[in-house]
Write a protein that binds this ligand. Structure first.
Ligand SMILES: Cc1cc2nc3c(=O)[nH]c(=O)nc-3n(C[C@H](O)[C@H](O)[C@H](O)COP(=O)(O)O)c2cc1C
Length: 197
């Protein structure tokens, strides 16, 4: 990672919240179902995210493995490369937005930005609850729209696999390595400025 010699590091160089420190997008899932109250807490966290004009444009469809029909409708739209591991996720979620403000019907150019914020809240809440969330952009939007009857006026965001972390040995060799490899990030100097460009 790091083009044009942009500097990266795996170290956390300044103190951050514990959930930021320990969150990572894992692929090995335990079959242990997620408690109903925890599912509610995830969406409660999203609920309290900030949004432009407080429009709260985010919308979620989730399915647990105990709802095989709905779960399969979500799963079906995933790319093959995600299906191989997401098949064990006890919950799948599709995140999407209303593209127009509820209050005045005008296009909401912040909708996707707001969804990203809500999803970030959701992900950190999941981490606090001991859950893993893996976001996925790799899915067929058109298939998801058809499978889930998504009406006009919505745009799809990411899908998410959620569950307790499982045994990495259930994964292929390649994915096992990615599960434990140190994560890399650009160092702050590459993206934070305290001056003009
Ligand atoms: C918008 C978005 C789309 C992503 N799509 C996929 C995906 O389709 N498949 C996948 O395995 N991971 C996907 N990821 C996970 C990223 O690869 C992961 O967040 C990144 O490598 C950083 O790793 P970390 O989350 O463990 O810190 C996606 C993440 C985001 C935010």
């Amino acid at each position: 990672m790091g083009t044009n010699a942009m500097k990266t590091s795996s170290d956390i160089e300044s103190p951050v919240l514990e959930v930021i420190k320990c969150r990572r997008s894992r692929r090995a899932y335990s079959s242990r179902p997620i408690e109903a109250e925890k599912i509610k807490s995830l969406f409660e966290a999203a609920r309290w995210a900030p949004s432009s004009m407080n429009d709260q444009p985010w919308t979620y469809i989730y399915a647990t493995k105990e709802q095989p029909e709905l779960w399969s409708k979500l799963f079906d739209s995933l790319n093959e490369s995600n299906k191989v591991w997401a098949t064990n996720a006890p919950i799948l979620v599709l995140s999407m937005v209303r593209t127009h403000f509820t209050v005045n019907g005008q296009p909401n150019s912040s909708a996707r930005y707001d969804l990203g914020g809500a999803n970030a809240f959701l992900v950190l809440q999941a981490t606090e609850l001991g859950l893993n969330i893996h976001q996925m952009g790799g899915f067929d939007h058109q298939k998801a729209i058809v499978n889930l009857n998504v009406p006009d006026g919505y745009e799809l965001g990411v899908m998410m696999a959620i569950g307790y972390h499982g045994n990495p040995e259930t994964l292929s060799e390649n994915l096992q390595q990615r599960e434990v490899a140190p994560r890399q990030r650009y160092v702050q100097q590459e993206f934070v400025m305290n001056t003009t460009f």
